[in-house]
Design a protein. Sequence first.
Lengths: 112, 112
Amino acid sequence: DAKTTQPNSMESNEEEPVHLPCNHSTISGTDYIHWYRQLPSQGPEYVIHGLTSNVNNRMASLAIAEDRKSSTLILHRATLRDAAVYYCILSNSGGSNYKLTFGKGTLLTVNP
Amino acid sequence: DSGVTQTPKHLITATGQRVTLRCSPRSGDLSVYWYQQSLDQGLQFLIQYYNGEERAKGNILERFSAQQFPDLHSELNLSSLELGDSALYFCASNSGTYSPLHFGNGTRLTVT
């Protein structure tokens, strides 16, 4: 399985942008890049995913490097509610045998 | 609210016992996934079912088994419990191969 590397922790201030990096140098051509986050005492929550092009949704933006060996999750204005563990994950394969392998993620602290 | 319901929320039992965890997926989702989250191992994929059939297996012990019923709810059976089985068990569901996973809030299992 292709692996991802994320910083263990990051800190941000409320209402400032946050850029969460992820390295995935062994990504294959058919691997999607997924981001999930886990708030305290809750199950993981889907944030965004993409294949090659940058993606935007109401929660965040995903910037994917041209060689796809890295990506960045962008929270445009961090709030206290964004404090969570953020996981960058690569999908394993296509077809119906689809699973996500979570790593340790990045613990994001948001300061008021 | 993800739409995925897990019961019970908490379970305390003794070593050697057997327990059953239940998951109701989001309405319309055919796939159910089980994950285990412990402090030292992070989120580990256990098993996936699609419309009643097992589709993918991860790090699931032989003492553990699962099934998905015709109404699409799923049960995870854990037997001959050991102290090391104490963890959060999450269920997730999705509607298609690259669709986001929607996680429940988990069942916290404590084995004493």
